[in-house]
Write a protein of this length. Sequence first.
Length: 524
Amino acid sequence: MEARSISILLVEDNPADARLLREMVSEAAASDLEVVHVDRVALALKAIAERAFDVVLLDLSLPDSFGFEGFVKIHMAAPALPIVILSNLDDEELALRAVHEGAQDYLPKGKITAPSLVRAVRYAVERGRREAAQLASVVAQRGAMPASVAVPTVGEPALGGAPTVGGAPTVGGAPTVGARPTVGGPSGGAGQGGAPLQGGWAVPGTPPGVVPEGTPPSGWSPAIGQAQTVRAGARPQAENLPTGTRIGNYAITGRIGRGGMGVVYEAENTILRRKVAIKVMPDALAKDPDALRRFQREARAAAQIDHPNVVGIYDIGEWQGAYFIAMPLIRGSSVQGLIAAGGPLHWRQATEVTADVCRGLAAAHAAGVVHRDIKPDNILLGTDGVVRIADFGLAQAVASGDSMVSASDALGVIAGTLHYMSPEQCQGERVGPASDIYSLGAAYHAMLVGKPPYEGDSKRILWGHCFCSPPSVHTLKTDVPEVCATIIGKAMARNPAARFPSVERMLAELERALFEATPAVAMS
């Protein structure tokens, strides 16, 4: 019987590392291994949507993600796809975190050899195909099974055991389904054009690796839907709640979007008849104690701040094992969305937005909360004209008598978004309000020129934050007043002590820039 080829998606932004890994595959004389290389998580998600892969080799540090952010995005988009994490760090805690998140294996780059790399790939794929065959057999027999027997769906361990670290069996994570079975098979049901068994739905025509969004569309398999209902305790998956689903006092009326820590739905409070946004934590993440703590921390942090420039919190709760946060429903766009749609903002608008963010951050800092992830994606501009800071998922309360908090999340994973991280965050040192000021300066730069201060691979960005001064926005765009560049330069000083001593002082400089640029009106 002819062996099937193995398709590998390599997600690595360092050209030298990518070349070395591909050479290792060739060196092992693995002619049945095909490697497709991309250098960003966004491109990986696009590739997964367009074709089938058997395994992903994922670098933890990428231009558009840092730490486990990229892993979570890929794993949520394609829970059935085995992921082997590559890291520059030979760290046991990170390896355990990787397995807990659902990775198949964790390989320190410094210890990878051609045989060990190919062995890890083959083991992950072979085990995944074996589980896929077992799962397909169970699904085929589903009609004859008692209703009380739950059919495991992709996204939780299924029949074959747990993922591995370095080849040793461990506990936690999703099964690896390399063959991607579909409902019905070649002769019936969803057929060969059906989507893989992910989240309980099988939708004809859905590309491999894509979790269908929204309510169950026409063509979904009743058998798999029933299996999902049994498994999840008589409710649909948290990331696929149909319109009309009741969560406590809230009724889902639509889906807004999806992020790394939750799916956001539009809903209505059935008692107050008030429209709200509901962020629901995905079931897979709800099993992770660290992720759950971060989700709850977001609610607690935002609840401490009562300010018009901060997205508030109405409620936090748990419904049949699903955790949710109820927030005001903001109509509008993120600043990143505005930049993507229309390019850089006019300097006056960018300065006014940044000033409003300062006002919101001042309230947060006064409440003892450091945001730690200020960036254009987390700055919302509503149709009501109000600027609001969102996503306090990485926020931490400053202990009484202290002015600093850890730059790292649980298990030492650095928290934040690489393009907007302060030098102290990049180096894993303790952070305080000055770190938010740095990140806001970087976001202000992006608003003015349409891109963050430092670009390139993760190492180049880290080098920029830690050892360089930001390029002058006045030089990049001569219509931007020089005072804007001066404000950014001070906000983004590498030494926290050289930055503005508070966001209130930064706000004063922004207001002065707006005032001095306003033409004087002659008095008659």
